[in-house]
Design a binder for this molecule. Structure first.
Ligand SMILES: Cc1cc2nc3c(=O)[nH]c(=O)nc-3n(C[C@H](O)[C@H](O)[C@H](O)COP(=O)(O)OP(=O)(O)OC[C@H]3O[C@@H](n4cnc5c(N)ncnc54)[C@H](O)[C@@H]3O)c2cc1C
Length: 377
């Protein structure tokens, strides 16, 4: 099969690229995509995107979309991620929080949330990880106890990005009587200003990307905030995680950074070094394979198929592409690369995050071994 873009898709990409070059400063590419201190800027950018119908072009019209193809959204995502993700945290809304609500939400939830996401008006955070439930997400313990028309939530979440500014949390809990398996996971769409929620920053080496600890102390939410049935959240989460894994076209940004690193190597006169050239070619191959594996998953999702093991392959290829470019950037830039927001600093931090956020690289390898290669546990 030969992969190629249709004429109208090439035209759309050019249009998006022109818009981005007008609206997004060039230095954004060197930031860690999705950084949160810029939320005023990113909010403004999302509004402009929404005015053009480009926040969720592929969603149904009744929820603020234009019923465009999933490939238009893929093109848009690539161009935005390449530019340092000027949607800020809102990339999560459109990549998987919105789709999860489309898939499992009540009509009331769809009316409440989807048009606001489509208008670029709302910030979300994702409350999945806990201190003893990161890679092993199903081991989480945050509890939701039914009390009439409400639930009472108690527990802690960690590493929550964007929680300091988010209006809503996509929260995973365990309802009463469920054991620590995948069954029994219940999702809530919780306002972050609900009494009993405490947000604290966890100091980390990630610099401007802040991660938080959330405490839920007898937090009361209406049963109407529950997404899907009680104890039936795992399927929604599994699909959402699959969209999260390949939803960020990190390979596209890595490829752009690679071009810039090669330019620097050339300027420094070291691109004649066979070792550097070999590293550059391997990094380019890693970016290309990540791109094609991601397209495969996107195509399956566009056909309405559930999450398959290809998503793990795609994610691992993405992580490898970012790591390959990051290694080369450090090699080429040397000491210059240690400066904050330099070409290699941004790439190093992005590559590091890719290997953990959305599930660690090693866990994806385990899943490939089990689901793809059918190896014993
Ligand atoms: C920048 C950043 C932002 C994040 N944002 C969010 C967020 O918004 N919301 C959220 O819920 N979470 C978030 N996370 C958390 C992220 O999802 C977890 O870090 C991830 O799931 C790994 O969990 P952990 O940190 O507990 O590591 P652990 O699960 O303790 O893993 C530590 C190491 O051990 C390895 N390991 C663990 N178990 C196995 C095994 N069985 N086999 C082989 N190796 C294994 C892992 O691969 C990893 O290298 C974020 C993380 C980062 C880095």
């Amino acid at each position: 099969m030969e992969f190629g873009w249709r004429e109208e898709e090439v035209r759309f990409r050019n249009e998006v690229r022109a818009f981005v070059s007008e609206e997004v400063p060039e230095e954004w590419t060197c930031l860690t995509p999705g950084e949160d201190p810029y939320s005023d800027t990113t909010m403004g950018f999302c509004h402009k995107l929404a005015q053009r119908g480009w926040m969720v072009p592929h969603w149904p019209k009744e929820y603020g979309g234009n019923a465009a193809s999933a490939w238009d959204f893929a093109i848009l995502s690539e161009e935005l991620w390449m530019a340092g993700e000027p949607r800020g945290s809102q990339y999560m809304n459109v990549n998987w929080i919105g789709p999860a609500i489309i898939a499992a939400g009540t009509e009331e939830q769809k009316q409440l949330h989807l048009n606001r996401i489509a208008s670029g008006d709302v910030l979300w955070c994702q409350g999945f990880s806990e201190e003893t439930a990161g890679s092993d997400l199903a081991a989480m313990k945050t509890s939701a106890l039914r009390d009439g028309d409400q639930y009472i939530i108690n527990g802690h979440k960690v590493w929550t990005s964007y929680a300091g500014k988010a209006e809503y949390c996509f929260l995973l809990t365990r309802t009463e009587g469920s054991d620590t398996t995948k069954a029994g996971v219940t999702i809530f769409l919780v306002r972050m200003d609900t009494p009993g929620i405490k947000v604290e920053v966890i100091p980390s080496m990630l610099d401007v990307h802040k991660v938080h600890r959330l405490t839920f102390d007898n937090v009361r939410v209406d049963a109407s905030c529950r997404l899907g049935d009680e104890g039936e959240g795992w399927t929604v989460v599994r699909d959402a995680l699959s969209d999260e894994r390949v939803g960020t076209p990190r390979y596209a940004r890595a490829e752009k950074m690679l071009e810039q690193v090669v330019e620097v190597a050339d300027r420094k006169g070291i691109f004649t070094d066979p070792g550097i050239r070999r590293q550059a070619v391997l990094a380019l191959a890693a970016c290309s394979s990540a791109r094609l594996l991601t397209y495969k998953v996107r195509q399956a999702r566009a056909r309405g198929e559930g999450a398959g093991p290809e998503a793990y392959l795609g994610r691992c290829a993405i992580v490898r592409s970012e790591r390959a470019v990051s290694d080369l950037a450090l090699e080429v830039l040397g000491e210059e690369g240690l400066v904050s927001n330099s070409l290699s600093d941004g790439e190093f931090r992005t590559a590091m995050i890719a290997g953990l956020g959305g599930g660690s690289y090693e866990m994806q390898l385990n899943l490939i071994a089990r689901l793809w290669l059918r190896m014993p546990k």
